[in-house]
Design a protein. Structure first.
Length: 371
């Protein structure tokens, strides 16, 4: 699975308490050769470590140990190195396994607990900046899920939709002297009402920015018969068919996507500038981490590829080098940025990922404070 699949309901299920041990395995991966040659070896080593941890843990029964190892072996056999992104996450307990490919790196680790480790998934989902694309005509409507990594068809909530085909009516044509306009017929209006209803369900379950692609009359009629498409952040007036591909849509949406990202970055920067002027600003990893822990952060901006290993000392974060090994007492944290992002989102804080270097003067991470 990838970050598109991480719905609020699934995240809640992953965080649910499970019979011990629930195993979480994370590791960085590589998209291309020759770097990806090391991924299979690293995965084998982590599986061996996981097995040793299960063998040495007195809380793990023989039956549970055997079952979890079997699920982990099934997961490893299913991993497709050709789909590798920046990180691999495997979850396994006695009854199931899940494989996640993430577009954001994660540290190499094995965790045994009574729930799965979700912080890397949550941070990757936030960093992917997901959006919806609706490809539309009077005869069809297709839904696509988009991220910074690309676009793919999303069959859900009835999508893709196809208008019922009605045979021509010669008697009607004789009566009115012509065939009705595609976008003035009641059939087209009814079809687009169905599209609006399906889109409403999608946005309610997973709110994201929405982009529309279709001829101007189709987009106008959708606005007329419903409400779901009106808040769309971008539109491309280009005819589409049921066979229009994701690459074709991305090409048409290029200017709209670029403008949306530029406006979003400017909006975030403006909020940070205002907070700095009004002294409701925190900069740097330690200050932002404290603000999140105290529930004072309303917005966090973090550079896209920022990661930092730290040692927690007297309630503060002290950066350490990559050669410092994780500690058994949890004081050395490899993925503190992802941990911070997950905690912030759980507290109702907005999280925005910004371009590398844009927060260089503030330690690569900053926050707008609520108080």
């Amino acid at each position: 699975m990838d970050t598109d699949a991480l719905t609020p309901g699934l995240l809640q299920d992953l965080r649910a308490t499970r019979p011990y041990p629930a195993l979480s395995l994370t590791m960085p991966t590589h998209r291309r050769a020759p770097d990806n040659a090391q991924d299979a070896v690293r995965l084998r080593n982590l599986v061996t470590e996981a097995g040793n941890r299960l063998d040495a843990d007195p809380r793990v029964t023989h039956e549970a140990r055997t079952a979890v190892k079997a699920q982990l072996d099934r997961a490893v056999a299913e991993v497709d190195q050709r789909r590798a992104l920046e990180a691999l996450v495997i979850f396994a307990d006695a009854d199931e396994y899940q494989i996640w490919q993430l577009p954001r790196t994660a540290p190499e680790r094995v965790v045994l607990s009574d729930s799965y480790l979700t912080r890397n998934l949550v941070a990757a989902k936030a960093g992917a900046r997901p959006f919806w694309v609706l490809s539309l005509s009077a005869e069809h409507a297709s839904l696509f899920s988009g991220t910074s990594d690309g676009l793919r068809p999303e069959p859900r909530d009835g999508f893709p939709l196809t208008a019922p085909h009605e045979e021509p009516n010669p008697q009607r044509e004789e009566r009115i002297g012509d065939t009705p306009s595609t976008y003035s017929s009641e059939d087209a209006r009814n079809f687009l009402r169905t599209v609006d209803e399906g889109l409403r369900g999608v946005l309610a379950a997973d709110p994201r920015p929405l982009f529309l692609v279709g001829l101007a009359p189709a987009l106008s009629l959708l606005d007329e018969v419903g409400e779901s498409a009106k808040p769309a952040v971008g539109r491309a007036t280009k005819g589409t068919t049921a066979n229009t591909t994701a690459p074709e849509l991305i090409k048409e949406l290029g200017p709209a996507l670029a403008y949306w990202r530029k406006q979003a970055a400017a909006h975030i920067q403006g909020r940070l500038d205002n907070a700095h002027s009004s002294r409701s600003f925190a900069g740097g990893l330690d200050e932002v981490w404290l603000a999140v822990r105290e529930g004072r952060a309303g917005l966090i901006a973090v550079e896209e590829h920022f990661d930092q290993k730290v040692r927690v000392t007297d309630g503060h974060l002290e950066p350490v080098g990559p050669d410092v090994a994780p500690s058994t007492d949890g004081q050395v944290r490899e993925d503190i940025v992802d941990e911070l992002v997950e905690a912030a989102l759980d507290n109702g804080c907005e999280v925005a990922f910004v371009a590398d270097g844009s927060l260089a003067d503030h330690g690569r991470i900053a926050a707008v404070l609520r108080f």
